[in-house]
Ligand binder design. Structure first.
Ligand code: NAD
Length: 440
């Protein structure tokens, strides 16, 4: 039996490893377009900043590791061009030569690519996107002498890169199409984040969709619906689109979000064809709808489930609530479940609270501010979402909340959640518990 995985990122390598674990005698092959597998694109902003010194540190395991230790045949610099799933054959391009590869079972883990409204923008010198390690290498090298950088898109990458660029001493203008930064957060939380970022020198321009980017004699001109900005370099961080072409060619179909449809076994509905990672949509456990959540922890778990099922296991991927965390300087920013605005858009009747508290007992030295927003469904009193920002202690609290939301906890149960306390870690009633008490 031979299993082939297309794509050597988080989902693909996890799937291949799971197949190897369950089926020691099968042949397992991975085809990856770039020179890397098991790479960590989430680390690129920290590489640009210089916090991560060497690009190799962003690679969890090398192709040699997989070949030698896991007996997985990894083919890098190998682009899959065509898939004929009826004949169970794919065509691979490597060093200018095409060859055919046969398989019995196929997993497509081709991930996502940066959304680019106009491909011409990328022809402009010093306009960058972020997806692969090489993008980070190129940015770090080519912007080193630049003074003025425009970052387009105030989502996760935009926030993380703004920190990196400010720490490198650049003047940063962050341009966002929506009327708030971090549109996945509610407005009042986004305003707090904006205030913090502005104080650290990021010039924020909201409600300005970028409509054109062009070359000028001494740099790049970014034109928005409202104005224009001159820069030495521009980084586009305006979201991603699922890479669905190969999966569609193999016979899979798109779901309602435009990403590949898979069931809870990561099965596409076509015999022996599975998909996992940033190219698929999954069930949102809060809304009950299909949702596109291109996030690294989910890709890893989806790959594990896909590999398990391909190898004869019966693991199920239950869905996700959409938890994410990031930071800008000392400001930690976490979210789980759905925002109040999104909940209302989807027809939920909700109430919300947004409370301020401190991260430790008030008398304990070094206590920092922290704010918690809870979104609660009227009637059922189920917690649908939470957003936490503050100068410390966000990760643990948003994690606790994520588990609560995933288990459909009511706000009164959250108030009685028996989370631990000692003065160095939290006030006697934790900010999360206080938010639940107010929301009750
Ligand atoms: P994103 O979806 O987080 O943010 C994109 C932003 O660009 C949005 O705010 C959007 O309104 C804005 N935008 C879109 N078109 C625009 C235009 N023409 N002009 C100005 N603004 C525009 O996407 P991202 O930051 O590119 O990140 C890519 C993916 O990687 C996301 O899915 C993100 O969730 C994920 N990611 C997550 C983390 C994390 O969890 N810490 C970190 C990095 C990336």
């Amino acid at each position: 039996m031979k299993a082939v995985v297309v794509g050597g990122g988080a989902a693909g390598m996890t799937a291949a490893s799971r197949i190897r674990r369950l089926q020691p005698t099968w042949r397992v092959e991975v085809y990856e377009e770039t020179p890397y597998v098991s790479h960590a694109p989430c680390g690129i902003p920290y590489f640009v900043e210089g916090l991560v010194r060497d690009k190799d540190e962003l690679i969890t395991y090398s192709p040699e590791f997989f070949r030698k230790k896991r007996k997985i045949e990894v083919f890098t610099n190998s682009k899959v061009l065509k898939i004929d799933h009826k004949a169970k054959k794919l065509t691979v391009l490597n060093s200018g030569r095409e060859r055919e590869v046969s398989y019995d079972k196929l997993i497509i883990a081709t991930g996502a690519k940066p959304f680019i409204p106009n491909p011409k923008w990328l022809e402009v010198e010093k306009v960058f996107t972020i997806r692969h390690i090489e993008d980070g290498v190129s940015i770090r090298k080519r912007i080193s002498k630049d003074k003025e950088v425009v970052v387009v898109g105030a989502g996760y990458i935009g926030i993380e890169l703004s920190e990196a660029l400010r720490k490198l001493g650049k003047r940063v203008t962050l341009v966002e199409a929506m009327d708030q930064i971090m549109p996945m957060f509610d407005k009042e939380v986004a305003l707090d984040i904006e205030e913090y970022m502005s104080k650290r020198g990021v010039k924020i321009r909201k409600g300005e969709k970028v409509v054109d980017i062009s070359q000028r004699r001494n740099g790049v001109l970014v034109e928005t619906e409202k104005g224009s900005y001159k820069a030495d370099s521009v980084i586009l961080a305006i979201g991603v689109k699922p890479n669905v072409d190969l999966a569609l060619m193999a016979g899979a179909r798109r779901g309602e979000t435009g990403a590949i449809y898979v069931d809870d076994r990561m099965w596409t509905g076509v015999e022996d064809l599975y998909a996992a990672g940033d190219n698929v949509e999954v069930l949102n456990l809060v809304t009950g709808r299909r949702s596109y959540m291109p996030l690294a922890p989910l890709a890893n778990k989806e790959g594990f489930v896909a590999g398990d099922n391909v190898a004869g296991g019966s693991l199920r991927f239950p869905g996700a609530v959409g938890s994410a965390i990031t930071k800008f300087y000392s400001l930690e920013i976490g979210i789980t479940g759905i925002s109040e605005a999104n909940a209302r858009k989807l027809g939920f009747k909700v109430k919300s609270v947004y409370i301020s508290h401190s991260s430790k007992a008030h008398y304990y030295p070094g206590s920092k501010w922290i704010k918690v927003k809870l979104v609660v469904e009227e009637g059922s009193k189920r917690v649908l979402g939470g957003q936490i920002i503050g100068l410390e202690g966000v990760w643990g609290r948003i994690s606790a909340l994520a588990i609560a939301i995933q288990n459909e906890v009511k706000v009164s149960d959250l108030f009685f959640a028996d989370i631990p306390y000692a003065p160095p870690f939290s006030p006697v009633l934790d900010p999360l518990i206080v938010a639940a008490r107010v929301a009750r």
